[in-house]
Design a protein around this ligand. Sequence first.
Ligand SMILES: [Zn+2]
Length: 179
Amino acid sequence: MSAQSLSYAIDEQDHLVKVDAGYYSFAEKNGWAEAGASLGRSLWDYVAGHEMKKLQRMLVRRIRDEVGDVELPFRCDGPGVRREMNIRIVARPPGRAVLFSAKVRAEEQREEPQPLLDPEVPRGKGEVEMCGWCDRFEVEGEWVEVEEAARLLELFNRPELPALNHGVCPDCSKMLLAA
Ligand SMILES: [Zn+2]
């Protein structure tokens, strides 16, 4: 376990106006190649999937308008690591800037890297839905951890991996709406 943290802030138009050193080192470790060009871009360029964007936009709006701040658990796994994090989202009126601070709560090496989580791995036919908040996958109607998904989808016997479709599982959808 390590004590990594990162933070970033958006202005009233949801543009990234500040990112800290933790953001860059995290980006580098997780292969977000364009992180260096983040400043000035819309936060929503970095949120994958229509449904997740919609939920997070609603959450940010509620934090600005009524709630003030929330803290939520989320997952940020990598191919070789299982990572549990917390994110605190705080509105700063009257400018309505919003500050996001995330920190690693627990980190564990995976026994074998999970190719499903590797953005560099080429994708072929077929699609699998991944929740952008908890990093679980939907297989035959169930939301399961990546290891279970790999087993159920028999990924190790396939010549190519299915494409990832970024969505939101019902548990996370409920949590984001209730935050
Ligand atoms: Zn989820």
